[in-house]
Unconditional design. Structure first.
Lengths: 420, 130
């Protein structure tokens, strides 16, 4: 035993989550059945969470988990065979013998975790399925924790996970490294899923945050894991940097009642300097590695914000230049929107407002409140209070986020108040 | 016993809160958040949701081919559901007390709104099939 029953609960949780994908990889190497292997690993994790605090952590925690999970699998196979035998007329004549499992340390390969990520984030899966599977199979979270993070009942999340596993089976997604030619695209899918997990955690500032599984922290942990496996990829490095540089502002971006505080009004002394330092050094590394994709560019922009002591001293011309590059790379209207904001900061609000015109005709923007919110901010900067107030209210009508609606209503009311 | 407490907003336009002065909006939001937090702390809250404004509402019917036919906003409606709480309490009286507290949420000038809260008991049913 390496440590007694006194070892802290959170470090045990951390250890189990770290080991989860390695254990699953080892079980998958023996039994290719993803759904059953994943269930067996979850049961082993639960057994460990019960027994280790009482009996102490075993000398070889990973080996312990693998053994328990493999035993689970053998039990399942045995009972399945027994069931078939009972149902078969030939049961008496042809008993099936189950070979005993050899409890040696199974082969371990750090690439297993990467293969699991590729599986869980396969493009054939919906993003909701991919997110749930990734958090469970690679993140080692249990169903209750994932359900809490998304504020849905546990039974609903259990069903979502079991359907996701069914999709893995019917789409015949293999437990193997993708072919070289599709590797870049598949890494892109993994990054997209991790980014969605981060965003879900980052925007879900409402509700009782103490009760919720912190998805932003989980996303950073999983992206660190991906980065440790693909350290040479500037995009993965950029994604990790982007998350750190964004999450660094966490404590400054909401007030005591969960109300949103915009970047220009945040108390910058609350920003996490250590995260900013790490993010900045990662983004510098990513940017010097040749052609860069969207994540490093977004991270570079976040770094410029994080380095500034206030809005005025922010290097807006540099941010505008980076958004111009991003705009040339993708047809994303959100990028165009941010580009307009940066333009307004460099060339004045009217120049920014002019860039919003074509976006108003973009179908993809019709469902979102962001265009109205940005227009409102720029109109406010241009001192057009009536129009700004009306745009804030239009945005408030469209947003489906409660803290955001509160924030927008407040901005509108403030402008109305100042007029009097 | 479980009860659903439904809060409605007058139809025919935006939520009334949208034109209030800033400090009144602030007071109203702070009240609502504190109210829900208190129910949660008392172990009485099962769930609560606020709904997006009526301007985003659609009325849906299945067409002959079973595909959805959506209708826009319906200005003739007198009022719209704005949000609800589901509470688990010992008696209907307790549910009424909670509803009255929500009803007295501060409005313009901090005056209690005394808005109507519809209280409906949630029927019991066997557990969901596995």
């Amino acid at each position: 035993m390496t440590s007694g029953p006194g070892s802290s609960e959170s470090s045990l949780e951390h250890l189990l989550r770290e080991l989860a994908p390695q254990v699953l990889g080892a079980v998958m190497r023996r039994y290719r059945d993803f759904a059953a292997s994943e269930d067996a690993v979850q049961e082993a994790l639960i057994a460990a969470a019960e027994q280790w605090p009482r009996d102490g952590v075993p000398n070889n925690p990973r080996g312990w988990l693998i053994q328990v999970a493999l035993r689970r699998m053998t039990d399942q196979v045995r009972s399945e065979i027994a069931r078939r035998n009972r149902e078969s007329e030939l049961a008496q004549e042809l008993p099936v013998v189950v070979a005993p499992v050899i409890y040696s340390e199974p082969q371990m390969d750090p690439e297993d975790t990467l293969v699991l990520l590729f599986m869980c984030c396969h493009p054939a899966l919906t993003s909701a399925s991919a997110i749930a599977l990734t958090l469970r199979a690679v993140g080692g979270l249990n169903t209750a924790e994932i359900a809490k993070a998304f504020l849905v009942p546990e039974a609903t999340m259990a069903q979502r996970i079991s359907r996701a596993k069914q999709s893995v089976k019917t789409s015949q997604i293999p437990f193997s490294m993708p072919e070289a030619h599709e590797r870049t695209a598949r890494i892109g899918s993994v990054m997209h899923v991790l980014y969605l997990i981060f965003n879900e955690g980052y925007t879900a500032s409402s509700g009782d945050s103490l009760q919720r599984t912190d998805l932003a922290v989980e996303a950073i942990r999983l992206t660190r894991l991906l980065h440790s496996l693909l350290a040479e990829s500037p995009d993965v490095t950029g994604l990790l940097a982007l998350m750190l540089l964004t999450d660094a502002r966490r404590h400054a971006r909401t007030g005591p009642n969960g109300e949103l505080i915009p970047l220009d009004e945040q108390d910058r002394s609350l920003w996490d300097r250590q995260m900013i330092a790490e993010g900045t050094s990662l983004v510098t590394e990513a940017m010097t590695r040749g052609p860069v994709g969207e994540y490093p560019l977004q991270a570079a922009i976040a770094a410029l914000h994080d380095e500034a002591t206030d809005v005025e001293s922010t290097d807006w011309p540099q941010i505008l230049a980076l958004y111009s590059v991003l705009k040339g790379m993708s047809d994303n209207p959100m990028v165009a929107l941010n580009h307009a904001v940066a333009t307004a900061m460099v060339q004045g609000p009217r120049a920014g407002l002019a860039l919003l015109e074509p976006l108003g005709k973009d179908e993809r923007m019709s469902g979102t409140h962001r265009l109205d919110a940005v227009r409102a901010h720029l109109l406010e900067r241009a001192n057009d209070r009536d129009a700004a107030s009306a745009s804030y209210l239009a945005a408030a009508e469209k947003t489906t986020s409660l803290p955001e609606r509160h924030y927008l209503l407040m901005r509108a009311a403030r402008l109305r108040g100042e007029e009097r | 016993m479980k009860f659903m407490l439904m809060m409605s907003t007058p139809g025919g336009g935006e939520y009334q809160i949208m034109q209030w002065p800033k400090q009144d909006i602030e007071a109203h939001i702070a009240f609502m958040m504190g109210f829900t937090r208190k129910l949660h702390a008392a172990g009485e809250l099962v769930g609560a949701e606020g709904l997006a404004p009526p301007s985003q509402a659609k009325r849906v019917r299945a067409g002959d081919d079973a595909r959805p036919i959506t209708d826009g906003v319906f200005p003739e409606a007198k009022e719209f559901l704005a949000g609800y709480w589901i509470v688990d309490v010992g008696s209907p009286q307790r549910a009424y007390e909670i509803a009255a507290e929500a009803s007295a949420a501060p409005g313009v000038g901090g005056k209690p709104m005394n808005m109507p809260i519809e209280v409906r008991e949630v029927m019991s049913a066997p557990p969901n099939p596995k």
